[in-house]
Design a protein around this ligand. Structure first.
Ligand SMILES: Nc1ncnc2c1ncn2[C@@H]1O[C@H](COP(=O)(O)OP(=O)(O)OP(=O)(O)O)[C@@H](O)[C@H]1O
Ligand SMILES: [Mg+2]
Length: 259
């Protein structure tokens, strides 16, 4: 079983420390949610775990499948089975959804088996069609350039399609619910639910309890000022929905661990 273990992680951007000693363990088969006020470092955590070059790790460790992944490049982390669905997916004009997914999938297969010749095209097409049906995506989508002119909701679906194709062991979903209409939210959540199970560990970053009605987390964490300050079960998200963050700020900002 794979697990992602984050220990006392510190990271900065443009010389400013954003992550200030974050601890978290996500195992395959578990669903974790991270909630927290704007600008507390949730996306920074996601990018730092994926190895985005703008984020500088200044302390701590991140282990995945027994390797210290801080030493690995972003593409190596991805081939190892880590996946990030971005809050703001970028467009890649000139590269179709299908080609992008096939290239990424074959790179991941080669990482596990250097002899792998890639998935044969007919098999790939069939697999893609099934995944797109699962996410209720029009088949014409596969031929479009990735995220180029996609609506907000289409981008989010394309991210989940990517996850369904790559079958990561640990997936980080950064605000996959933002910008989705009510039906799309349900479809995307059902897509995620179809993928979660013993083989996938998910870290879902969200602002809204409503996503968690569909994607049921076993663990909910509250992030404040670059750290996880509270962890609990699904009821913690309900509590936040009712109470907001004031009690968290009062407890941690001017208290023992605040600065
Ligand atoms: N490239 C950058 N240059 C300067 N500051 C940055 C950069 N990227 C992020 N930051 C800062 O890091 C802090 C944390 O940002 P981050 O995006 O991680 O927050 P977040 O918790 O994801 O917020 P939200 O809920 O709004 O998505 C913010 O103050 C942000 O302005
Ligand atoms: Mg964010």
């Amino acid at each position: 079983m794979s697990e992602l273990v984050v220990k006392n992680l510190h990271a900065s951007i443009e010389g400013k420390e954003i992550l200030k000693g974050l601890d978290l363990t996500v195992r395959q088969g578990e669903v974790h949610a991270i909630m927290g006020p704007n600008a507390t470092g949730k996306s920074t955590l996601a990018y730092t775990l994926m190895g985005h070059p703008n984020y500088r790790v200044t302390g701590g460790e991140v282990w995945f499948k027994g390797q210290n992944i801080l030493e690995l490049e972003a593409d190596e982390r991805s081939r190892l089975g880590l996946f990030l669905a971005f809050q703001y997916p970028v467009a890649i004009p000139g590269v179709s959804v299908a080609n992008f997914l096939r290239t990424a999938l074959n790179a991941r297969r080669r990482a596990t088996n250097p002899e792998d010749k890639g998935m044969p095209i007919p098999e790939f097409r069939k697999m893609l069609k099934e995944k797109m049906e699962l996410l209720k995506m029009d088949s014409a989508f596969a031929g479009r350039y990735l995220n180029d002119g996609f609506s907000g909701g289409e981008k989010k679906r394309a991210e989940i399609l990517q996850m369904a194709t790559l079958k990561p062991e640990i997936a980080i979903l950064d605000e996959t619910d933002s910008g989705l209409d009510i039906d799309a939210l349900r479809i995307v959540a059902e897509g995620v639910n179809a993928l979660t199970g013993p083989n996938l560990g998910a870290l879902v970053i969200t602002h809204y309890q409503r996503l968690l009605n569909y994607i049921k987390p076993q663990f909910v964490h509250i992030m404040l000022d670059g750290r996880i300050v509270e962890s609990g079960g699904a009821d913690l998200a309900l509590h936040l929905e009712e109470q907001g963050y004031d009690w968290v700020r009062e407890k941690y900002e001017n208290g023992e661990s605040g600065k």
